[in-house]
Ligand binder design. Structure first.
Ligand SMILES: Cc1cc2nc3c(=O)[nH]c(=O)nc-3n(C[C@H](O)[C@H](O)[C@H](O)COP(=O)(O)O)c2cc1C
Length: 345
């Protein structure tokens, strides 16, 4: 498939989204699955990740083969209250479609009003976060806190699927804790109340990120509902992708932490297979997108965590690492990156 010639225009600068010098992963000609009538070309998807899956990182992962885009979770209260930076969370590029806006709250009516307002920005799908384990979110009954109140989940899906003309989907964990795992019930509720897809992170809220994701539970959800199921949790290598698919029969695999510092996983390459030249090229591309989107100062500061992960396999001196992670000007940062790669290439 030809890469669409689209550009990102921020801060008066035009950045091409797809570049001929970039190793674009050819997307399949036929859809891997459908979300209602929306075709999804590919079976790997970047996870929504607060602080990571912003427009620059999503665009980069899409160039490398991620098949659809989820925003970071968006707080309904920020939309309704007009938080000053919230528009950054729902900005997206046309090439990112299918584009999912993920929202969270504990009140069905607030979620409905938020979804209505966000609908004006023309996402393809609205997703309800039922997986966030952070105390500030789950403690007030939002995110994974919703799993404690399946009737409320039913109300949310009933209201949103009736009021909105785009698919409504959900991302869940297995339950609140080991004693109250209710993923089959919740998946059935989502389907029965009109939800179009369920993504399953194979852990409970109580587990947070400890232990191993339970892929058998994802397989059970796949056998329980007819809507598409996305499997998620602990996919870190190309071999894990095949293992997750074989074990769960899920329609697509969602990758979170395994993509940070390794977006090439979407081209089905493990990090150690990526030559330093390609790491440098991708790092610079990601930086360019970040600077263009956030402006030079904020763009660089927000890029630091990614830089640290891109460079983690290389033996940097503590001085070099500290210089890289404290540089305040893009020019200074670029010179340091040049120095690092002149040693490893
Ligand atoms: C830093 C971070 C931020 C996250 N933010 C979100 C979020 O905004 N919405 C969401 O549904 N899940 C969020 N998650 C959970 C991931 O989407 C995913 O379910 C989880 O990391 C398990 O997948 P993995 O093993 O591939 O990382 C976040 C995870 C991390 C590590």
């Amino acid at each position: 498939m030809e890469a669409e010639a689209e550009t990102l225009e921020f801060s008066g600068k035009i950045i091409p989204l797809c570049r001929s010098d970039f190793s674009l992963n050819p997307m399949p000609d036929t859809p891997s699955f459908f979300i209602r009538s929306i075709p999804v070309y590919g079976d790997l998807i970047l996870s929504p990740m607060d602080g990571y899956s912003d427009l620059p990182f999503r665009a980069l992962c899409r160039e490398l083969g991620s098949a659809m885009s989820y925003t970071e979770f968006i707080n309904a209260i920020d939309i309704l209250g007009g938080h000053p930076h919230v528009h950054e969370k729902y900005s997206f590029l046309p090439a990112e479609r299918p584009m999912v806006f993920q929202i969270f709250d504990n009140e069905p009516e607030r979620l409905l009003e938020t979804a209505r307002r966000l609908r004006r920005f023309n996402p393809d799908i609205i997703d309800i976060n039922m997986g966030c384990s952070a105390k500030t979110v789950s403690g007030r009954g939002a995110g994974a806190g919703l799993l404690k109140t399946p009737l409320k989940i039913a109300r949310i899906f009933r209201r949103l699927t009736r009021e909105l003309d785009i698919p409504i989907t959900g991302k869940i964990r297995l339950g609140w804790d080991e004693a109250s795992k209710n993923y089959r019930l919740v998946a059935r509720i989502i389907e029965e109340e009109g939800g179009a897809l369920v993504a399953v992170h194979g852990r409970t809220k109580a587990q947070s990120y400890s232990g191993e994701a339970d892929w058998e539970a994802i397989a059970e959800v796949r056998r329980t509902v007819r809507i598409p199921v996305i499997g998620n949790g602990d996919v870190k290598t190309v071999a894990d992708i095949a293992r997750m698919k074989a074990h769960t029969c899920c329609d697509a695999v969602m990758i979170g932490r395994g993509a940070i510092g390794n977006p090439w996983i979407f081209t089905r390459l493990d990090r150690l297979q990526v030559p330093p030249e390609q790491v440098q090229q991708t790092l610079l591309r990601h930086l360019e997108l970040s600077l263009a989107f956030y402006g030079p100062q904020r763009g660089l500061v927000l890029f630091r965590k990614h830089a640290s992960r891109y460079l983690s396999p290389y033996p940097l001196t503590p001085e070099m690492r500290s210089l890289l992670l404290t540089a305040e000007q893009p020019e200074e940062f670029l010179l340091l990156v040049e120095q690092v790669f002149s040693r490893v290439i």
